[in-house]
Design a protein around this ligand. Structure first.
Ligand code: ZN
Length: 275
């Protein structure tokens, strides 16, 4: 099936690093995340990119906490859940991978390389990527191949050649992380050209590049991600009232280009998710 006339919108509602001090509407608890998922689904999101927090609001890769959040979301909405394996800065590979091993979600992110992350850094060696990809394959988890750098797109080709990931391929281009690649039309084009033929991609513009990146995605036939993980503002100096407000605008922008939001079931069919 094709996604003619439709665009996939992902909401990354919480992330690992965003704080309530940055935006008081940040969803933290499983119930808050579930309510957010329901609102974002109603506003046009088909995928929820999920990080979880502990009772103190700190990022955690606790399997129990992921399960609690997933169960709460499932009681409210059919949105596709993509869990993070990026985790938070400083998590070990084993910690990052554990929720995938134990919960076997429909989708999960798979970071494709090492990169600066502000003053910190994220480490993903090729052996780590192979280990993650093999685990995803074993458990039928569709990867979003997250690339923060052009070299990451090329690194992903090893996984393809070695048969560790199979089509349909879905990339996530994370642009404008401080210390990595800024968002620009030229940079986005270079990432797109480096993908295997026929792959789809979601564009994530961090901070002030969120809005330009949404237009870039629409103009190039890509998909959109918004949410407080990437950006807490609606416009310069004005905080977003909710994640759903950002999803609503993304759907409106796509609508002006003649695209309607894909449903979770459209995504399940198109990306051949196990459901
Ligand atoms: Zn994330």
């Amino acid at each position: 099936m094709a996604l003619d006339g439709k665009i996939v919108i992902t909401c990354a509602c919480t992330g690992a690093e965003t704080t309530v001090a940055q935006n008081p509407a940040l969803p933290i608890t499983p119930d808050q995340v579930a309510a957010t998922a329901q609102e974002c689904r109603a506003a046009g999101a088909a995928i929820l990119h999920l990080h979880v927090r502990d009772d103190q609001g700190n990022a955690t890769q606790s399997v129990a906490r992921f399960k609690e959040a997933i169960d709460a979301i499932r009681r409210k909405t059919d949105i596709v859940i993509e869990i993070t394996t990026g985790g938070a800065v400083g998590d070990t590979a084993e910690e990052r991978l554990r929720p995938v091993k134990e919960l076997e979600p429909e989708m999960a992110s798979l970071d494709c390389g090492t990169v600066n992350f502000g003053d910190e850094y994220i480490v993903n060696t090729l052996p780590t990527m192979r280990e993650f990809a093999a685990e995803f394959k074993r458990r039928g988890v569709r990867a979003t191949l997250e690339c923060f750098d052009l070299g990451h797109v090329y690194a992903s080709h090893y996984l393809v050649k070695e048969g560790l990931i199979e089509a349909p391929f879905h990339y996530g281009f994370v642009l404008n992380v401080p210390g990595a690649v800024p968002y620009s039309v030229e940079n986005l084009s270079a990432f797109i050209k480096a993908m295997p033929a026929g792959a789809d991609y979601t564009v994530m513009g961090i901070g002030r590049s969120s809005l330009p990146a949404q237009y870039g995605a629409v103009a190039n036939g890509g998909w959109i991600r918004v949410g407080f993980e990437d950006n807490v503002f609606f416009s310069k100096g004005v905080l977003a009232k909710s994640n759903a407000q950002l999803v609503e605008r993304a759907a409106r922008i796509a609508g002006e280009a003649g695209l309607s939001p894909a449903s979770p079931d459209d995504v399940r069919k198109y990306l051949k998710l196990k459901g």
